[in-house]
Design a protein around this ligand. Sequence first.
Ligand code: CA
Length: 405
Amino acid sequence: MKPIYRKLFGTGVLALVIGNSLPGMAKPVAPPPPFPTWLQALMAEAEARGVGKATIEHALRGVKPIPRVIELDRRQPEFTLTLGSYFKKAISAERIVKGKKMLERHAPLLRRVFERYGVQPRFLVAFWGLESNYGQYTGVFPVVGALVTLAHDRRRAAFFRQQLLAVLQLIDKGHFPPAVKGSWAGAMGNHQFIPTTYRDFAVDFDRDGKRDLWNSLPDIFASAANYLSQSGWQKDRTWGREVQLPRSFDVGLSGLEIQKSLAEWNILGVRQVNGKPLPDVVVDDASILLPAGYRGPAFLVYKNYRTTMIWNRSHLYALAVGHLSDRLVGKGKLRAELGDINPLSRHDILDLQRRLNALGFNAGKPDGRVGPMTSKAIKKYQRRHSLPADGFPNSQLIEHIKKQS
Ligand code: CA
């Protein structure tokens, strides 16, 4: 499982759940095995993987499943998030002001981290702001207890068992104590790393023998930079930019799967928001994104945007990181109005997916979320009916499809 999983089930800052939960919509989960037997087998596996006996005893003594963790795991937001509602919360004026201060205060350290790992300071601070509000919220759940709960539970047992074993190994090596706190799904520290990301990418930049992502800013910044750098971050490039599209633009050209050079996008009439042509730099993997549909803002995004999506698979998150990083160095607000589009509910999306499938546009297994397959199916449907093919669902589209089926 990729690290991105983490943020789908992260801490409070970006959990942004709107409305009531709909427990009835969750898939039924098989009952878990008897806990004592399960725990015995887990302890044996940890030992077989080289975790010291004393650590296992200490970390798992008296541990029990935490009902609240299961409750949070089953929670489903009723409404999908819109770009506007997400940005309002993720990029508040307060967060920008504080981020600018942090950028200034830690400039020498951030500079050293940049020289070593090649991730520009404004991005490291933007990730930091979105993940934990600059270290303010790193989670209050006991990580071992939360992961024991989720590994014992059957919904994603294999994934969380792997995370639990990684945490036990890190405790065994002394990077943090057994009582370590994190999100209810086990994400830890200032950048909310899941245990396997912690294990594979965290670094001891201040050389005190510990990889401490709570108290050591050198470790915190360097670990995030190391993770990004190893995921393909490019030090001499930005993430992307807001752009203007010509009226005649074929919105079917939007989406990460369509990549062109800046020169090609220029020929297609894509312009900077100030009306000027795109900069004359060699970029050949730029994609147009319309995250709020063809009436909303348009973005041209580059490789570092794709890398941000390795960290967290959400477009809204990746756009927020990019835009916050711009705001931290004094760039302006988005030009386009984000507006208050009525969010679609999970029921709407489920219904849309079923209708698309029934009409032969493959939207995948209906799950109430607009993923790449659903977006592709919507695009096909829009093309078939000569609608602007932006792959973005809205209430007009839902009305349209209801008339077809
Ligand atoms: Ca350290």
